[in-house]
Design a binder for this molecule. Structure first.
Ligand SMILES: Nc1ncnc2c1ncn2[C@@H]1O[C@H](COP(=O)(O)OP(=O)(O)OP(=O)(O)O)[C@@H](O)[C@H]1O
Length: 269
């Protein structure tokens, strides 16, 4: 069910020869890719390859040491990062929330980009209406008043997607969103992401995962990262092959695809 995307759609992310150096260590080197509106990318690579670092630049939380990165058409280094972040939805399963907010309140924090409700902030009626709509669309009505500490991982995942979509972002970043989910919650989550792609045709997404089984059917593109370098990128079916994945993980892995979903297992050769 991959949705074809025209090459002339606007670029949402443009990395050109991006290097990222921290504490004298080169973490990313010469990373080059373009993500366009309506594309759904998977970002895959071994532990420590640099995936989270790429995602933090995509989320305007860090900028390149060398090279250039444009997010939503704005070049990092020349724009107010905080303002830019309002147009980016970020789903992080390790969302650092300490107070016992309800699901409804957690979704509302998407309007202020904060972890907690901002004191003395009254959400405008349009924001409340949008939060209600997202809660219904993500199947959260029965747990609207449930408290965050009591939610299951799957319920939290759906609440965080609703939160991320509240400001109607053009870019959605999903950082290992299925971590800790049981198989039913994972499948529900993946269906939610596929439906999202059907209803938000211009939304671009970048999803980081360690497991190819956790890629939504609607994934259109993929990039493989190894040791801070982009190994290959492009249409998902051309990138997620036995040869490319085995090379990326330096291990013989066989890739297959059934009904739009990918599977990876150790090669018998
Ligand atoms: N501030 C920093 N200073 C030095 N090294 C860092 C810093 N931040 C990250 N690194 C290193 O950069 C490399 C890439 O880290 P990153 O978190 O981007 O990898 P990842 O692909 O997301 O890994 P994982 O799959 O384990 O989550 C790692 O080796 C990490 O130890």
């Amino acid at each position: 069910m991959s949705i074809p995307v025209a090459a002339d759609r606007p670029a949402v992310l443009e990395f050109e020869e991006v290097d990222f150096v921290r504490n004298g260590r080169t973490i990313l080197s010469g990373v080059d890719f373009t993500v366009r509106a309506g594309e759904h990318w998977a970002l895959i690579g071994p532990n420590g390859a640099g995936k989270s670092t790429i995602l933090s630049i995509c989320g305007a939380a860090a900028h390149p040491t060398r090279g250039s990165a444009a997010v939503l058409g704005r070049r990092l280094g020349a724009v107010d990062l905080r303002e830019l972040r309002h147009s980016i939805g970020h789903v992080n399963p390790r969302h650092p929330l300490r107070s016992p907010l309800t699901v409804f309140e957690v979704v509302l924090t998407g309007a202020t980009g904060s972890n907690d409700l901002v004191p003395r902030w009254t959400p405008p009626p349009a924001t409340v209406a949008r939060a209600e709509d997202l809660i219904t669309r993500l199947g959260l009505d029965p747990i609207r008043e449930a408290l965050w500490p009591n939610l299951s991982q799957g319920e939290r995942g759906r609440a965080l997607i609703a939160r991320a979509l509240l400001p109607d972002p053009d870019l959605l970043l999903l950082d290992e969103p299925t971590t800790g989910l049981d198989v039913a919650a994972r499948e529900h989550f993946l269906r939610t992401v596929d439906q999202l792609h059907d209803t938000h045709r211009d939304l671009a997404t970048v999803l980081v995962t360690h497991h190819l089984e956790e890629l939504p059917v609607s994934t259109t593109h993929a990039m493989l990262i190894g040791d801070g370098r982009l190994l290959t990128s492009g249409p998902a079916d051309q990138v997620l092959t036995t040869a490319n994945i085995s090379d990326c993980f330096d291990y013989p892995i066989e890739i297959s695809r059934h009904d739009g979903r990918w599977q990876a297992r150790a090669s018998s050769e």
